[in-house]
Design a protein around this ligand. Structure first.
Ligand SMILES: [Zn+2]
Length: 281
């Protein structure tokens, strides 16, 4: 293991000398790209040097197909970090159009994007971020008719919607298809993150059999951009753990984050055998 780490560190050091701008490593002729292995090492060098990371972890991301449901406040950080990390095929689903009131928290959209489909707006930015991966935009509303087709064949789904109805639909479809899911939500000063491995760990409906009392949307409760950024970043982190196995994800629990006090509470959840989504009832 240590030899492998030293080997990777050596490769990275060769590709990105200390103190240099990785961009200057490319040839002076802009039409002549750097050799592919060097470009690959440059792009992922800072995660490759992590002691827990490996070339196998990087390849696992490259081979993965991930669907991000929602291209808004949570979807922006989730899709940005997964694209940056090198997820090979990244789908973004959203049927909304960019509105000016989105921009303070949905950082994949800019003022000139107002009126554009969010899925397309997000995909365009993500392609600039990482042209080495495949980005797919799905400007559709997720419902019980199309969810199966969207979720099946994915290695992971990250739910970034602001709707309990969609959350339950996505949870049920992921449980039925056996596709791991990272749930998330933020409203006001409260955030939640819950990774789910169908058939192994408690699902979203095990934790919340019905819509929690007093639950409010961002439009009703308000939200700050960085608060959504924290929750989305935690979702992306757990997604990367699930895809690469570099560290165990949170299991049979959800994380409740109070973004006003910065208190973090881990709430354990047991799988319910009578759960209509994951219990096999
Ligand atoms: Zn369940």
């Amino acid at each position: 293991m240590n030899e492998r780490r030293a080997f990777l560190k050596g490769l990275v050091a060769a590709a990105v000398p200390k103190g240099s701008d990785p961009l200057t490593q490319r040839g002076s002729d802009p039409l002549t790209p750097a050799a592919a292995p060097d470009a690959w090492l440059e792009r992922y060098s800072r995660q490759l040097v992590l002691p827990q990371w490996s070339e196998a972890a990087q390849r696992a991301l490259e081979d993965a197909s991930v669907l991000v449901v929602g291209a808004g406040a949570l979807g922006s950080p989730v899709a940005t970090y997964l694209a940056g990390a090198g997820v090979g095929r990244l789908g973004v689903v959203d049927d909304g159009d960019v509105e000016v009131s989105n921009l303070h928290r949905q950082h994949l959209h800019f003022t000139p994007d107002e009126g554009s489909p969010k899925a397309e707006s997000a995909a365009a930015k993500l392609r600039f971020l990482n042209p080495e991966i495949l980005i797919e935009a799905y400007p559709v509303h997720v419902d019980s008719d199309n969810v199966r087709g969207l979720v099946e064949q994915q290695d992971l789904v990250v739910d970034c919607t602001d709707s309990f109805e969609t959350r339950y639909i996505v949870n049920a479809a992921c449980c039925a298809a056996g596709v791991p899911l990272v749930e998330g939500g933020v409203a006001g000063w409260s955030g939640l993150v819950m990774p789910i491995q169908p058939g192994q760990t408690a699902c979203y409906r095990c934790a919340f059999p019905t819509v929690p009392e007093g639950a409010r949307s961002c439009a009703e409760a308000g939200v700050l951009g960085p608060a959504a950024g924290i929750v989305g970043s935690l979702q992306a982190l757990e997604a990367i753990k699930l895809l690469t196995a570099v560290a165990p994800p949170l299991t049979d629990a959800f994380l409740q984050v109070d973004l006003l006090s910065l208190d973090v509470l881990r709430v354990n959840v047991q799988r319910r055998l009578d759960c209509p989504d994951c219990g096999g009832a």
